[in-house]
Each structure stands twice: as C-alpha cells, then as structure tokens.
Design a protein around this ligand. Structure first.
Ligand code: PMP
Length: 459
C-alpha cells in the first residue's frame, strides 16, 4: 500500500509539478524522495525509513516536527477567524505577534510589517527604501548595494539582488540600480590576512559609494552570514564597519535575517548579539513559524519611520501590502512557536549547542576530502574537495559532494546539497547525542566516498 502511494506521489510530481530548482532536461523524468510524516528532528520516507533532517527543511524547522502547541493554535485560529482583511480589520494574533517580535528585535526596530515569506519580506524592505527616499524628496537616492554570493529571494526585485551568479542565466533580472560588492568569503583572501581582506572590502564599499555618489544610494542589503551562497561568515568586524559607513552616508542598512533569525545563530536575531550592529531594518521569515505555515516580515526602526511620518509625512500613503499581510492563522502559529521557544529555552539551547556543533563538524577535518568546516550557532557546513589546492566550486568537487550527500541519505541523514558544501542547520532542539549521530553518518559517508575516489587518509 505504502509503496503504491509513494509511486503515485512520484508520478504526480513528475507529471505536474514545476520544482523551484528544476533541471529542465529532466522535466517529467526526475523524481524526488517522498516524505510521509515527521517527528522531532526526524522525517520519514517511504516504508517508514527515518532520516535526520540535517537542514531543518530549508533552515526553518526550529522547534522540530509534531509540536501539538503549534498545531492546536493553527486549528483554533482557523476555526474562530481564519482571515481578516489587513486593509480594514485588526486581529489579536497579528497584534500580539507584532508586539512580541518588537520585544525581541534589537534597538528601536519596533514597527512590524508582515508578509507571506522571505522574498516578500525583502521585497517590501526594498520598496520601503524607495518610498522612504521619495517622501524625503530624494527621488535619485534609489540604488541598492548587495554582495556576490548573497541570496534574498525570488521576486523580480529580490532576484535582481541575488549574488549567486549561477541563478542568473535565462532570467532577465538585471537592474541598473543594483550594484554588487565582493563576497566577504575569507577563502578569497588569498595571502592577505583577515584584517587586510576586511580593509579591502571596506575600501571597495567606500570606493563604490564615491563612484556612484552617496546621494544615489538608498540601501545596503546584507545577510549576516551568507547562507545559501555557501555559509559564508564575513571577517570579524565586517558588519560594524559597513554599518558605520551606511550611517555616514544616510544609507539604510537592511539586515536579511530570513535564515539567521529566530534562534538559528543562538540569539533571537544575529545582527546585534552575534555581529554587534543594530540595523535600520531586519527581515525575517522561516523560523518565525518553524515552517509550519508561511509567514515573513520586517521590523523597521522607529527613528527611520519618524523621518517620514507624522508632520514629516507630507500627505504620503505607504501602499505596499498583501492579501495575506497579518494573516491570522500564520500569526497564531508564529505566536505559539515563539511561546514554545521561550517556554523550553530553545534559543538558549541552540546557543549552548553551538560550540559542540562546531567542534563536531570540525572533527571531520581529519578525513581526506574535507577542506574545511564552518559554523555559527546551529548553521554550519563541510566543504568537500578532492584536492583542496584547486579553486573552490569546480565540477569534480560538486560531483564528489553530491555522492557524499546521497550516501548520507542512504545512511539516514538529509544533507542540503549546495555545490561543494554539505550544509547542516538542524532543528534547534537537537541534542548532543543526535549531533553525534549526524557526524557519525557524515564520517562514514565521506570516508566511503573518499575511498571510492582513491583518497588516502591524511597524515
Ligand atoms: N533571504 C534569505 C537570506 C534567504 O535565505 C531566503 C530563502 N532561502 C529568502 C530571503 C527568501 O525567502 P522565501 O524563500 O521564504 O521567499
């Protein structure tokens, strides 16, 4: 029975679904593993096979699966009031959630705008920066500065901000007002020290502002760590120096915390507590509901808003919204999720697990085929390279890594395949013993695939 169902699901996917990353040559041919249910940090595939959810879905399943508190909150809200127009009506879940999130964000980022996910959160933040400068009477101050390797979503505007160049071909995403800076990837530092590398990145930003003119630049949009671009952790001090430059030139600093927010880095938000800055806007999604239902949003600084509201409003209306802004069921799910995280101390737990997780990943560096590991909080990666002296991102390493991912899957661990990286960002409830289980599977998979490639154990 179960097999028949699985076969039927696979067939329907092959025949009718266009995937978010679809190799067109394989349209209608390739299948995806079918999941049937999930519990805690585990998801279950056909025949009841249990897999550790290494990437927590898409870095989102913070509290894990099967949490009755969230399910009950969703069911209750769907029964009493599933929808209300955000244009005309207020509801308790959205109001309470906005107040709650304002209490968790740094500084004066106390005004919340809710969206349908991460892309619409970033899109709205960028549209806000447009609106802000138009109301201020600076229509020429519109450019957006982003980085190579950054990822911010799949709307037309956020896709134009993606610095993952592999996503560019065959989409007409380029916009003149968007400018790119180098990726803050320390692996590109060559023989420069981290300090020199940072100085060069800062100089590049300053030079770009000078060349374009600060009076043409609205916003700097940056993830605290570049997640989908390769778990890239900028050099120490990067965020503070870029923030100071933004302040000097009246450029809005938009911190895209769609991945890093809601405990992923061991704090509710990473910008302030992990990286030492209070941005002007923070975008969030994913972990806000632990993925149970879609929701995203942005938190905006009161100081910033004061410049274009009240007597400074000049008759303007902020007209950017969604049918599902303030969606009551989604907001109820988020409230239950946050309550659960607070009750069980899940963010503290994630912070306490961080060193153990980083050390566990680092223990894999004795294996041939492992170039390095990186981690912040409970997001990390293993960079797999057949020959670490070759440049990053070559096709042989990608194929090697894909085999490791496949072997992990056979052994009971989902790993997010990302070029030559195995990305691990588990549910935040993961225990030490479960981290050990993940690492044991990775060790076996990397060893076996390495041996099949003829790699010798390191000295
Ligand atoms: N920003 C970042 C940093 C992301 O990683 C993502 C998605 N992975 C997005 C924005 C877009 O979010 P969504 O897929 O929910 O639209």
């Amino acid at each position: 029975m179960a097999e028949n169902r699985t076969g039927d699901v696979e067939a329907a996917v092959r025949e009718h679904i266009l995937l978010p990353a679809q190799e067109m040559a394989k349209l209608g041919k390739a299948t995806q593993p079918v999941l049937t249910h999930a519990e805690g940090i585990y998801v279950f595939a056909e025949g009841g096979r249990r897999l550790i959810d290494g990437p927590a879905g898409m870095w989102c399943a913070q509290v894990g699966y099967g949490r009755k508190e969230i399910v009950d909150a969703i069911a209750h809200q769907a029964m009493v009031l599933p929808y209300a127009s955000p244009w005309y009506m207020a509801t308790s879940p959205a109001a309470k959630l906005a107040r709650k999130i304002a209490s968790l964000t740094p500084g004066d980022l106390n005004r919340i705008f809710f969206t349908t996910g991460g892309s619409t959160a970033v899109d709205s933040a960028l549209r806000f920066s447009e609106f802000f400068n138009n109301v201020l009477g600076r229509p020429q101050k519109k450019r957006i500065i982003v980085r190579y390797d950054g990822y911010h979503g799949s709307t037309a505007l956020t896709a134009a901000c993606t610095g993952r160049t592999g996503n560019w071909p065959n989409f007409d995403i380029h916009q003149d007002r968007i400018s790119f800076l180098s990726s803050p990837n320390l692996r590109h530092a060559g023989n420069r020290s981290a300090e020199q590398f940072l100085d060069d990145l800062v100089k590049e930003f300053e030079d770009q502002i000078e060349a374009l003119g600060a009076d043409t630049i609205a916003a700097f949009l940056a993830e605290p760590i570049l997640a989908s671009g390769g778990v890239i952790i900028p050099p120490k001090g990067y965020h503070a120096r870029f923030k100071a430059i933004c302040e000097r030139h009246d450029i809005l600093y938009i911190s895209d915390e769609v991945v890093t927010g809601f405990g992923r880095c061991g704090e509710w938000f990473a910008s302030e507590k992990v990286f030492g800055i209070v941005p002007d806007i923070i975008t969030f999604a994913k972990g806000v509901t632990s993925g149970y239902v879609p929701l995203g949003g942005l938190a905006i600084s009161e100081k910033v808003l004061a410049r274009i509201s009240g007597e400074n409003a000049k008759g303007s209306w902020f007209t950017n919204g969604y049918t599902y802004s303030n969606q009551p069921v989604a907001c109820a799910a988020a409230l239950a999720n946050i309550e659960l995280m607070e009750r069980d101390g899940i963010v503290d737990h994630a912070r306490e697990m961080a060193d153990y997780f980083a050390a566990a990943l680092a223990s894999l560096t004795d294996l041939p085929g492992v170039a390095e590991t990186r981690a912040v909080g409970l997001v990390g990666c293993v960079q797999c390279m057949l020959d670490p002296t070759r440049p990053d991102g070559n096709d042989d390493d990608k194929a090697f890594t894909r085999k490791i991912d496949e072997r992990c899957f056979e052994l009971g661990l989902i790993v997010r395949p990302l070029g030559d990286l195995c990305v691990i960002s588990p549910p935040l409830i993961i225990t030490r013993a479960q981290i050990d289980d993940m690492i044991a599977i990775m060790r076996q998979a990397i060893s076996e695939v390495g041996a099949a490639h003829g790699l010798q154990m390191k000295e």
